[in-house]
Design a protein around this ligand. Structure first.
Ligand SMILES: [Cu+2]
Length: 157
């Protein structure tokens, strides 16, 4: 799907107030980001797919999601929805002690150049790289759309 580069600044400014809530901080204060609710709706496309997940920054300082990759895709991009349009984001700030959710209508990951089409029941491996915290590898199930959205949106914000 086409993505414009315009509006990036707006997105970064908006990040401060969107999709964040406090999470318990680890006592050590060491950089740590945990990833939960990683899930993909079965994509209508053979070559592209959307992934959702929840990021909790449990470290004592702001971190940044720098990039995501998958052995099952040629590339994984970070997108935001702004005014109903997708915008590409170079990175995603993760405020200290906060939760940032990638859910429908908001931030999401776009997998491009899928190695092979994804179907319900498949599992996707995603490796997330951060500025401070160690990388996190998650395995995300491919679910029916409504199930995937339910998983992505479940639990407290
Ligand atoms: Cu997108």
């Amino acid at each position: 799907m086409p993505v414009t580069a315009a509006g990036r600044l707006w997105v970064l400014v908006a990040l401060a107030s969107v999709g964040c809530r406090p999470v318990p901080e680890r006592s050590s204060g060491a950089p740590e980001v945990t990833v939960t609710r990683a899930v993909l709706p079965a994509p209508p496309s053979d070559t592209e797919a959307t992934a959702f997940l929840t990021l909790d920054n449990r470290g004592g300082s702001t971190d940044t999601l720098l990039g995501v990759r998958s052995p099952q895709a040629g590339g994984v991009m970070l997108h935001a929805m702004v005014g109903g349009r997708m915008e590409m984001m170079p990175a995603l700030p993760l405020p200290a002690g906060r939760r940032v959710r990638l859910v429908p209508g908001s931030y999401h990951l776009m997998m491009r150049e899928l190695v092979q089409p994804l179907v319900i029941g498949d599992t996707v491996t995603l490796e997330l790289r951060f500025a401070k915290a160690p990388p996190v590898v998650v395995r995300a199930p491919v679910l029916r759309y409504t199930e995937a959205v339910g998983t992505a949106m479940s639990g407290p914000n």
